[in-house]
Design a protein around this ligand. Structure first.
Ligand code: PNS
Length: 165
């Protein structure tokens, strides 16, 4: 049988426990899952692409997820997915408010590449209010992000905001 390859695309600025939860769930149902960081986002990121890649790679390594890898991409997601011979795109839906944007993106991607399926998964309920944007804001304003991001990410956030990196 054909192996099912999926891409989990996003900004991951920074990776949160919600992202990690979704990677774990995706890794269980797909034969291979590539976490793909968008390189040329219009957003001004807090962490560089290579910092985000290193954080994600070290998390995947520490969890010993053998069928998960981390990559970066730019241009159209569908073009990248075809290049990687992926059949699916994985996206997380936390609340109904995510749905409209995700539906629009999934249908547009289907229009561009009908062979590619978008698969939505829900993270654990405990992460349903969690987003990278809120994590950045809380950390920038001196709040605690313990439990919201993996420990090494928390450490990196504190270092970044204290001007050490
Ligand atoms: O984590 P994000 O910022 O919600 O991820 C958005 C992402 C990276 C999935 C989306 O912006 C994307 O796929 N960008 C690549 C460019 C593209 O294909 N645009 C057309 C989308 S229909």
């Amino acid at each position: 049988m054909n192996k099912v390859i999926a891409i989990y695309p996003g900004s991951f600025d920074p990776p949160t426990n919600g992202h990690i939860d979704l990677i774990e769930r995706g890794g269980k149902i797909f034969d291979r899952l590539t976490v793909a960081i968008l390189r040329n986002s219009e957003k001004q990121p807090l962490f560089s692409v290579s910092e985000r890649r290193e954080m994600l790679e070290s998390i995947v390594r520490s969890k010993r997820w053998k069928n998960v890898d981390v990559d970066t991409f730019d241009g159209l997601l569908v073009d990248y997915a075809v290049k990687k011979k992926a059949q699916a795109v994985l996206r997380g839906i936390r609340a109904i408010s995510d749905y409209e944007y995700e539906l629009q993106m999934a249908l547009m991607n289907r229009k561009l590449e009908p062979r590619l399926e978008t698969v939505f998964m829900m993270p654990a309920l405990a992460y349903s209010y969690l987003s990278s944007r809120l994590v950045r804001e809380i950390a920038q304003l001196g709040g605690a992000v313990t439990g919201l991001v993996p420990e090494p990410v928390e450490k990196q956030l504190l270092e970044k905001l204290n001007g050490k990196t």
